[in-house]
Write a protein that binds this ligand. Sequence first.
Ligand code: ATP
Ligand code: LTN
Length: 336
Amino acid sequence: MSVMSDNQKKTIFSGVQPSGKLTLGNYLGAIKNFPLLQEEYNCIYCVVDMHAITVRQDPAALRRQTLEVLAQYIACGLDPEKSVLFIQSHVPAHAELGWVLNCYTMFGEASRMTQFKDKSAKHADNVNVGLFDYPVLMAADILLYQTDMVPVGVDQLQHIELARNIAQRFNGVYSDTFVMPEPYIPKTGAKIMSLADPTRKMSKSDENANGFVLLMDKPEDIMRKFKRAVTDSDSRIIVSEDKPGVSNLISIYALATGKTIEQVQEEFQGKGYGDFKPAVGEAVVELLRPIREKTEDLLKNKDYLEQVYREGAQKAGYLARKTLDKVYRKVGFVKR
Ligand code: ATP
Ligand code: LTN
């Protein structure tokens, strides 16, 4: 397997939480970029179920959603022969390194994480220690694989900076142990906004279902959501700071069709929302159709998915153990 044999290649790692159904934001901001680099890099992609339980989950739904995310990774173009695909809780080294890194993370720096502040406001009845510690586990995910690059949406930038700070601190105390990871954030699509409130991020946990498009949404639902999308007072189809609704739709259309922002603005010059919104809807329907169909097929074949995540955990576990052993030795744990 290339990941074990090819040390010349750089490593990419990323994760997605199985905390609900995946949105167009998850796809355009992150997952779409995962398969692009499969040939040139050692790619490792994880379904981060341990992160998902920082917010209360229904056990049966969590189990189903974990397999759905795995199936969607493959449906979006990840090839289990080329990339390592696995489930976080199957590789205990994540929790083990997470504990060690807790002892090299300052309470103050963890307290500054905006996702923690947002999520504790949203789940005020369950502000648990795991929610606070979430970014340290994420640092462990990344650092375990000596990751060079982490493809994510822009909302995760602060967490990657924290992972870098933790790595630097540890390397400073014990000599070089971890590779310094770099974020990989797309120029367009790094933050897809809600269709119902374009000042907010499109989020799968939004209470307003018209705000997000799911990868598994039926074509008629996608069309309805785009036709109802909140736009701005004047009807010009241009990107502008004071036109967050239209700017968001232009980004989505550009990404779905492979056109540039300029080409899209030109295409709809002199036209109104009546032409533009259904065109965005149709482009997204066509973008998502093959992903939805492939996901549905894969979910019918549980044996295949099981084989993928078992093999993935074995490969990931081998790589993770190498880093963990090094860390345990450096901090002074007796060899077992
Ligand atoms: P939740 O809504 O439960 O907070 P989430 O969708 O924000 O979850 P994840 O599922 O873990 O969080 O995100 C997976 C990846 O998708 C991350 O890299 C994240 O940056 C990216 N992402 C999430 N939402 C968007 C968005 N609206 N635009 C661009 N990228 C996004
Ligand atoms: N925090 C991320 C999910 C995540 C992740 C990671 C992303 C967990 N571990 C490691 C990249 C690398 C999120 O909520 N979007």
